[in-house]
Write a protein that binds this ligand. Structure first.
Ligand SMILES: Nc1nc2c(c(=O)[nH]1)N[C@H]1C(S)=C(S)[C@@H](COP(=O)(O)OP(=O)(O)OC[C@H]3O[C@@H](n4cnc5c(=O)[nH]c(N)nc54)[C@H](O)[C@@H]3O)O[C@H]1N2
Ligand SMILES: Nc1nc2c(c(=O)[nH]1)N[C@H]1C(S)=C(S)[C@@H](COP(=O)(O)OP(=O)(O)OC[C@H]3O[C@@H](n4cnc5c(=O)[nH]c(N)nc54)[C@H](O)[C@@H]3O)O[C@H]1N2
Ligand code: SF4
Ligand SMILES: [Mo]
Length: 685
């Protein structure tokens, strides 16, 4: 145990608050974290983000008192006053417009117990308008995989991926975004001879380990994947036995792909046809080939279609249902998988049971004493679009939509049009600036509970610090809102997170039978307890999770990006760097240009820069019809011509000012990875 002037810390193994890999770490003294040997990081290895995880814990900008807006300014309030304001604000909207006028944004940064209770709060208030930022992230991946295979999660485990012979990594940069998964599971396979194919318009740390790099034009992944499929069929690299026993619909797909002109598709996708052929051969000839898919695939208006095209390749080659294969979305935050598992989604109850299924609702009602509403609710993106109209109030829990949702200017005015809004956060953010009441919650190091990592492992978090000032544990805040906002105060009385988890395991079939004792310092993997000890490792082995022995193959046609390019415009695509995390709220670097490293600037190819008279390091103005952003430019051949890349980690410069709010029609995920922009030197203006 150690002391700082205000806070008490102690070392207990918990889960890293950043990415979905789920490394274990604990307090090491002097404000630092150290890796703890855990189920994922078995040698206690952690990345630079994990090592800096305590930076936020006793940061002097932590929220320590509730804030309530009075005459346009925040004043400190007591908890009683703040909760009363929330009860009046939400209560007034419900009375006048009904419960569906309230939207709930859950937190992928928070525990299963907190999110489960948050979903219960929305539903006992009478609405299914609850969603989490999986909507902005892998919603399209989940939609496509669920549709085809019956489960939207990683088909395989990190462990068995280290046995693969070929990795097709597309629209993902695991070397920076999932560093321990990359170093401890994927790199060993590559060192053992597995071929790495990297599909990304920008060469980055992952590309350095690649055998084949396909610098796809943003938004052209379907052309590229269909061309690979055409090569597989033309060169008989498909798995005949698997196609016969485990799939339907081969004839239609064969007909479509046989007509694909590989060279023309490669040109449309902006890649070399021979390199594309080499990639298809490596994938098709491998004994075990695994696909890894990320935001470059999912964050398009074609996001769901992109993943359908990828699933086709896996099924054509029999690369599903065996170790070292599959289709594997690497999940974002430390609990984005769990937030969805426990039902903070507008169309499903805990455990992905549809809200439209009367039996599922009845099972939930047995536990809750109240039946959840039967109509699917609004997604987060659809809700923001309807702020001020159908939606009059919002409860934002551990999310920062003012920075992370697309078309930021529209998001800001959408918040202004609400009658009431409340945020539960640990810092003042661009979003808390827009709400009426801010409730100070607890950060990762101050809570107990469970989180579910990218390969479906439920692990326990343990407190390493006490709470700052008058901040409260998130679980207690959500429970208090449940008691005050719904007509069912008894449904929100718990002894602590373990009791909430026990209820969750009775409500969500995929978590059935799990317990804190069973998890201990290890994990329990869903679906549980089916299959191997500790849960099911590889999915879809004998049957698909859909219950069927066969999965359908479906022809996928290219979908043009919604944001068409104007004259002289470049394609802006966005993404991440290793040192920063999402909206920057947990990585707390001041949002000034000087704090950015070169990779954090607008990356532009030297030819595109020269055409526009832009010098390396110069300040440029990036604009389109949605707005203007001023940022430093860095010239580099790592980004392909016609494309510029920038991170979205800062409230200033706010890159999402430029992204469009067109949505994928099925998953309602925004098109973060393809916006038309002009770029010019700031001096020219
Ligand atoms: N250090 C760090 N780690 C993180 C995060 C973080 O902010 N910082 N965030 C976490 C979260 S929430 C998530 S969801 C994951 C995301 O992890 P990734 O999916 O790896 O995230 P991105 O960097 O957004 O996108 C990946 C790559 O897609 C490429 N790309 C852009 N457009 C296209 C395209 O049209 N097609 C293809 N094929 N590729 C394209 C980009 O150049 C980028 O390198 O990371 C998690 N881990
Ligand atoms: N242009 C562009 N935009 C994007 C993306 C992109 O690639 N490009 N990626 C999208 C993706 S994949 C994602 S996941 C979203 C992320 O979008 P967000 O979820 O909005 O981003 P975060 O920074 O993770 O927000 C976390 C918020 O929760 C707070 N918080 C953290 N921990 C806790 C806690 O324990 N308790 C409480 N109460 N609060 C907490 C933080 O202070 C912060 O305000 O961004 C999306 N936006
Ligand atoms: S790889 Fe992810 S979970 Fe592991 S230490 Fe780094 S940020 Fe944390
Ligand atoms: Mo994400």
């Amino acid at each position: 145990m150690s002391e700082t002037p205000n806070r008490t810390f102690e070392s207990r193994p918990t889960v890293c608050p950043f990415c979905g890999v789920g490394c274990s770490l604990e307090y090491a003294g002097a404000g630092r974290a150290t890796g703890a040997e855990g189920p994922v990081n078995r040698r206690g290895e952690i990345c630079p983000k994990g090592a800096a995880a305590f930076d936020v814990v006793d940061h002097d900008e932590r929220l320590t008192e509730p804030l309530a807006r009075v005459g346009g300014h925040f004043v400190t309030a007591t908890w009683e006053e703040a909760i009363e304001r929330v009860a009046e604000g939400i209560g007034g909207v419900v009375e006048e417009h009904g419960p569906d006028a309230v939207a709930f944004f859950a937190s992928s940064n928070c525990t299963n117990e907190e999110n489960y209770l948050f979903g219960k709060l929305a539903r006992l208030l009478g609405t299914n308008n609850v969603d989490n930022c999986a909507r902005l992230c892998h919603a399209s991946t989940v939609a496509a995989m669920n549709d085809r295979l019956g489960a939207g999660a990683m088909t395989n485990t990190l462990e068995d991926l280290s046995e693969t012979d070929c990795l097709l990594v597309t629209g993902a940069n695991p070397a920076e975004q999932h560093p321990i998964a990359f170093r401890s599971y994927l790199l060993p396979a590559i060192r053992d001879g597995a071929t790495l194919i990297h599909v990304d318009p920008r060469a980055n740390d992952t590309t350095e380990a690649a055998d084949v790099h396909l610098p796809v034009r943003p938004g052209r992944d379907i052309e590229l994947l269909n061309a690979m499929g055409a090569v597989l069929i033309a060169e008989s690299l498909t798995d005949e036995a698997f196609l016969a026993e485990r799939t339907t619909g081969f004839d239609a797909l064969e007909e479509q792909l046989s007509a694909v002109d590989v060279d023309a598709n490669a040109r449309a996708a902006g890649v070399d046809p021979e390199r594309l052929r080499a990639a298809a051969r490596a994938y098709g000839e491998a004994d075990r080939a695994a696909a890894i898919t990320g935001m470059g695939m999912s964050q398009h208006t074609s996001g769901t279609a992109n993943v359908h095209a990828l699933v086709n390749l896996a099924l054509l080659t029999g690369n599903v249902g065996r170790p070292g294969t599959g289709v594997n979305p690497l999940r974002g935050q430390n609990n984005v998988q769990g937030a969805s598992d426990v039902g903070t989604l507008p169309d499903v109850l805990p455990g992905y049971e549809p809200v439209t299924d009367p039996e599922a609702r009845a099972r939930v009602a047995d536990e809750w004493g109240v039946e959840p509403p039967a109509e699917p609710g609004l997604t987060e993106t659809a809700a923001v679009d309807r702020f001020g109209e159908e939606v009059r109030a919002v409860v934002v829990f551990g999310e920062n939509p003012a920075v992370t949702e697309p078309n930021a200017t529209a998001v800001r005015s959408a918040f202004d049009s609400l009658e009431f809004s409340v945020a539960i956060d640990i810092f003042e953010t661009a979003t808390t600036d827009l709400v009426d009441v801010v409730l100070p919650g607890s950060c990762w190091a101050e809570k107990s509970g469970t989180v579910t990592n990218t390969d479906r492992r439920v692990m326990r978090m343990r407190p390493n610090a006490d709470l700052p000032g008058n901040a409260r544990r998130d679980l207690e805040v959500v429970a208090e809102l449940g008691r005050r906002l719904t007509g069912y105060p008894e449904a929100f009385r718990y002894d602590g997170p373990e009791e909430v988890f026990a209820e969750l395991t009775r409500v969500a079939p995929i978590y059935g039978g799990m317990s804190y004792d069973g998890i201990g310092e290890g994990y329990e993997r869903w679906p549980y307890p089916a299959g191997a000890e500790g849960g099911t490792d590889v999915l879809h082995t004998e049957r698909f999770a859909s219950g069927d022995r066969r999965a359908p193959l479906v022809p996928v046609d290219p979908v043009p990006p919604a944001d068409e390019l104007g004259d002289g415009e470049l394609v802006l695509t966005t993404g991440r760097v290793i040192e920063q995390f999402n909206s920057g709220a947990l990585t707390r670097r001041s949002g000034t240009l000087t704090a950015m490293r070169p990779e954090d600037a607008l990356l532009i190819h030297p030819d595109d820069a020269a055409d526009r008279g832009v010098e390396d390091g110069e300040t440029v103005v990036v604009s389109n019809e949605r707005g203007t952003v001023t940022v430093e430019a860095a010239t580099t051949p790592d980004v392909r011509t016609g494309v510029v890349f920038c991170t979205f980690h800062y409230a200033e410069p706010l890159i999402n000012t430029l992204t469009g709010d067109e949505l994928d029609p099925i998953a309602e995920i925004p098109e973060y990875k393809h916006s038309g922009v002009t770029v010019e030197p700031a001096d020219d203006r």
